[in-house]
Design a protein around this ligand. Structure first.
Ligand SMILES: Cc1ncc(COP(=O)(O)O)c(C=O)c1O
Length: 352
């Protein structure tokens, strides 16, 4: 059955066909895992003894939980709203592991590089939001990882590398969990849905597969990336997709320049950045929730990076309840960005 082409923005990736060249290569050597969290788990496993792991207070809580079974977690203060971490809260010993996060891929990493020169520790950078940011490309960290599945249309996949060529842990023995196949099926079905094909129940079906595949992957043991991910991403990351992300982010910011219902976390996007989404900060949690629901009712699905308990460490809970990420990745065109901006502006008018 063929229906009208369905327009929507956000949520999980769909199958978009083969990635277009030219490609930006991945770091080499790199070890490929199914999930970003697996990269750090494998590093900790090979470290032998249970280590101290320093994490920013503003981070994805499911990932913190996954790591907490294998390490003693220590929290320091950092968030995408700060220029750099509150260094006085970060006091590792020389064999402690410290995870530094490049939120939305927008940081140049200079402040971290200076800090690292004066502080002995094992620094692991999280480049999940942009594996080719200027920070990732110029890094001098002991290790770096990227949960590729956050920015690339793959059901699973992450890489771990060492910018300073330290010894890398062994690859995982087991292959990606069956959840990966469920997610790949969901990607194919979503692609058909967006093209207007399939039964009216198709959306329900791919949503069910996405959720069940993700739940399965999240509780799987440390595993290698699936064959699909390895082959699909073999040549690297399409340069074009970076350009589209940057152009889309700029386009959205331009359309929202006179809009006052929320403030963009980053006022502009440099030539080196390519964020997958534009984070907006609303004046209140109610305002954020209202706009998120308004967008959802118009098929624009915006994630929250990240949902955190209100009582989490200073500032984190407060930012978490007012932030909203507007997707601007390579799936979308400038016309899509214009429509998203118009919907946001329309939402603000309805709220008055
Ligand atoms: C910045 C960041 N780092 C790490 C992770 C963990 O990646 P994965 O879910 O593949 O373990 C995520 C996932 O949400 C993330 O957003």
């Amino acid at each position: 059955m063929t229906r009208e082409v369905s327009w929507e923005v956000g949520s999980d990736f769909h199958w978009v066909g083969m990635a277009p060249g030219p490609f930006l290569p991945w770091p080499n050597p790199a070890i490929w895992f199914a999930l970003g969290r697996h990269a750090v788990l494998q590093l900790m496993k090979e470290a032998g003894t249970r280590r101290n792991l320093w994490l920013p207070n503003y981070f994805c809580s499911e990932v913190v939980q996954a790591w907490s079974a294998s390490a003693n977690i220590h929290i320091y203060e950092d968030s995408p709203a700060l220029d750099h971490p509150k260094w006085e809260t970060l006091t590792p010993a020389s064999d402690d592991l410290v995870v530094a996060v490049n939120y939305f891929g927008m940081d140049d990493g200079i402040a971290w590089a200076e800090w690292k020169r004066k502080h002995a520790c094992i620094l692991i950078e999280d480049h999940s939001h942009d594996p080719h940011s200027i920070w990732a490309l110029t890094s001098r960290a002991d290790y770096a990882f990227c949960a590729l599945r956050k920015v690339m249309p793959v059901p699973d996949g992450a890489i771990l590398w060492s910018p300073v060529r330290r010894h890398l842990p062994s690859p995982a023995v087991s292959e990606a969990d069956a959840g990966s196949l469920e997610k790949l099926t969901a990607m194919l079905f979503k692609s058909e849905y967006l093209a207007g094909n399939g039964s009216p129940e198709l959306k329900e079906e791919f949503r069910r597969l996405q959720l069940s595949g993700e739940a399965s992957l999240e509780c799987a043991p440390v595993s290698a990336a699936s064959l699909f991910t390895m082959r699909y991403l073999a040549s690297g990351a399409p340069l074009l997709w970076r350009t589209v992300r940057r152009d889309n982010a700029r386009e959205l910011l331009l359309h929202l320049r006179d809009w006052r219902a929320a403030v963009p976390l980053h006022a502009s996007v440099s030539d080196e950045s390519a964020p997958f989404g534009v984070p907006l900060v609303f004046a209140s949690a109610e305002g954020r929730d209202y706009h998120r629901e308004f967008l959802r009712s118009r098929k624009i699905y915006c994630p929250i990076h990240w949902v955190m308990p209100q009582d989490s460490t200073p500032g984190a809970g407060e930012l978490s309840c007012r932030i909203l990420t507007i997707p601007c990745d390579q799936r979308y065109s400038s016309t899509d960005m214009q429509r998203v901006a118009e919907t946001l502006i329309q939402g603000a008018c309805h709220a008055r």
